[in-house]
Structure formats: C-alpha cells, structure tokens
Design a protein around this ligand. Sequence first.
Ligand SMILES: Nc1ncnc2c1ncn2[C@@H]1O[C@H](COP(=O)(O)OP(=O)(O)OP(=O)(O)O)[C@@H](O)[C@H]1O
Ligand SMILES: [Mg+2]
Length: 431
Amino acid sequence: MGLIASAQGLKTVEKARLAKGWARQASIWYGEAHVELPTLKRFLAGKVAVRQENFEAICKAVGVDWKQIVDWEKSGQNRVEDNFDIAQICLKEDCNEMPDVQVFYGREQELENLKQSILQNRSRVVTLCGQPGIGKTALAAKLAEEVKSDFEYFSWRSLNYAPPPTLSELLSNLIKFLSHNENIDLPNNVDDLIRKLLQIFGDRRVLLVLDGWENILRTQAVGVSQTDYEKYGILLKLIGERKHQSCILITTQEESKELSSLKYIPSVNSIRLLGLDLQASLKILNAKKLIFAPQQAEKLINDYKGNPLALNHICEHIQKVFAGNVSHYETKYTILFPLEFEAAINDNCECLSKLESDTLQSIAIESTPIEYEKIKLQIQNNFEVSNSDLQIALSSLFERSLIERYSQGSAMFYNLQPIIRKCVRKLYGLT
Ligand SMILES: Nc1ncnc2c1ncn2[C@@H]1O[C@H](COP(=O)(O)OP(=O)(O)OP(=O)(O)O)[C@@H](O)[C@H]1O
Ligand SMILES: [Mg+2]
C-alpha cells in the first residue's frame, strides 16, 4: 500500500527536520531512511503515494510517528492530482547517445565499488581509464543505469566524434537540457558557461557522463584551435574541487594531466580498468560457441588479457576460419586485433614525444618483459637520457594504457600486452 502525508503532517515533519538542523532534501535524511532522493521528494510533495515501508522509514529517520501524519483519505484513493506536475519529481534523462548494453558479463566488484563511491562517498568525479575495447563505455552505461535514480538529471554525452564537440557547444546544450529547454539567455563565453554549469551542479543533483575523453586530448595534440578544448580540463578540475551535489563520470583511454592531478582530491575516484576475469571471459567464448579445452581457453583469454573487444574479435575469427575449433587455431597461432583497436593505439602513439616513442619501441622489440636498466642502455645507444626523463616517459606510457610494469626482487620490468606489442611493432616497422 502507498501512503501520502497530510498538509498538517508535513508541517510536523518540517518542524522535526528543522530541529535536527537538516536541509530540506538532506542526504543524511534519505541516507538514514535507506531511500533514494526522488522518494524523499515524493514524500515531501505530499501529492503521490510513497510505498509504506519507505514512508515509515522517512518518518522514523526524522523522528516523527508516521501514523500521526498520514492523510488516510488521500492514501486510500491513492491518486495523482490532475494539476500535479509529476515531471518535477522524476528523473529527467538526456541519453540519446548512450549505448544499449545488452550483453554484460562479470565486473560485479567494479560495479559495487563504483556504486558505493557515487552513492555513499558522494564522489564528484569518477574516471574509468583503460586500453581500447576493455569495456569502459559498457561499464559506465551499466553503472549509470544503476545509480541514476539517485539523481534529478542524467545526461550522457559522447565525445567520440572527429572533432569532438567544443566545450561551448557541449555546455550550451547541456545547460539548455538542465533548464528544461526553456528560452534561457545562455552566456556567450565559455568561462561563464562553466560558471553557470557549476551553479546548476550545486542547486540540483546531476549525473553527467562524458564518454571518450581521450578525443579531447588528441584534438589538442594535433593542434586544432585549442582554447575551447583546453577548457574541458579546467571544467573537470573545478567540478572536482568545488562543493556541489552532482557527479561527472568520465571514460578515457588515457589520463590527462588534469585527471592525474585530480587524484589527490578525496571526492575524486579514478579507476584503471583491467580485462574481464576468467569466468566472464569464458562466457564470451561460450557465447561464440567455440570448442576448446580449459587450458586452451585460459591461454586465449590470457593472450588477449580479457579485453572483451579483442576476445569477441578473435572468437569470431576462429569461428569463421577454423569452424570454432580452438585446437585448429592453435596450430596456426597468430595474434589478431580489430581495426578500431589498431586505430586507437596508432592515435595514441602519434601523440608521443621522441623519448616516449623510443622507450615504447625498446619495450616492444623484446618478446619478454624488459628491465629498467636495459631500456636505459638501449636508449643511450642513440642519446643520453637521465633517470628523471626516462621515468617521466615510462609514467606517461603507463597513463596512456600502453605498457604494464612488474617488480621482481629489486628489479622493475616493463612489458606490452601481446596485442599492443603487435600493433606497436606494425606501426614502427619493428620485426
Ligand atoms: N562486461 C562485458 N561483458 C561482455 N561484453 C562486454 C563487456 N564490456 C564490454 N563488452 C563489449 O566489448 C566491446 C568493447 O566495449 P566498450 O566499447 O565498452 O570498450 P571501451 O573501453 O569503451 O573502448 P574504447 O576505448 O574504444 O571506447 C563492446 O562490444 C562491448 O559490448
Ligand atoms: Mg568507449
């Protein structure tokens, strides 16, 4: 049964709330009641019914007797009044660009941690970083589906365009949406648009997803009119630093300097996404109806490091060329990658400095992990390199999701995943 509070009852609730010193829609209130913000809003609006258990929990949290404040007559009718604008309390969504993720395996732990970060820890910036095809967009979409009811507005914006939208374009559209597309006077410079968005982020709880952040960085790198793109970094920094009630979720193949420097702010959560685990990866092999022995599957999954894009690609290839039989493929073993994977790695490499590119090639030319000292020696065959420059180059390659690192005893080793090694060797003509 659903319940509606009476006008008098809501006054009692209001007094109890003020006595506690809580804001009207205080997160502590709906947090203690274990309900979502829209439920509290419905309760406070006193127009539509709220599930009895939620109604009781909201009253209990604020310290009033729920039986004393119910409007029994209205609750019995359980109807929405004609002139009540239900849109005022429902989530408003703007997600035409969001993919419809129909197949999604594993990632339970990641989803749980991210949900906690957004709902409980109230992270203001969450970034999902990882190599092409690792599943950032799919995870962001899944996550957004699960947390969006905690927000008043949800917008998904793709940056996967060449060129991506300028910040002015993006903010103008976004602010229009957040202002219900009313004829508002939009500021005509990007700084004022940023200020306006921050003000809205403080007034309302907005979930904004920006998918494909690396496109902004690459636009900068090729030297197109930069100012408006650079301001994306400033926007992000301000969203991380300022106090507000909204959240921006970003997916990116590379970390930018703004993303790295944000990591030290407590309300920022940066996750490096790795491949799917064995069980989830096996589901891809099974869905593609491959025939394999357990150890064959393990090798395949390990070679592609659980990258779902690459796994789907190789499974389809094995299905086409070897009738799905992994044993046949093994005898003619070769690493293959999808074209979009190669294109993304090439784009990434195009932005490297000379030292970064030389470092990457020194690692790629080896077929096993290579030690720090050996990389240094190889580079020094051509020119002198200091430890600090080499370490900055390694750090940049790591942030770009191009290399991996291991420590063994007192030595550090660097490596490339097989598919990245193959792409890099092809790009630089290494044999
Ligand atoms: N958990 C998963 N289970 C099954 N399939 C998945 C999963 N995650 C991603 N995929 C599939 O893998 C492919 C790549 O995923 P996605 O587009 O999310 O990668 P991405 O990291 O965003 O790549 P890019 O860096 O190119 O944007 C898609 O076809 C997607 O459906
Ligand atoms: Mg993506």
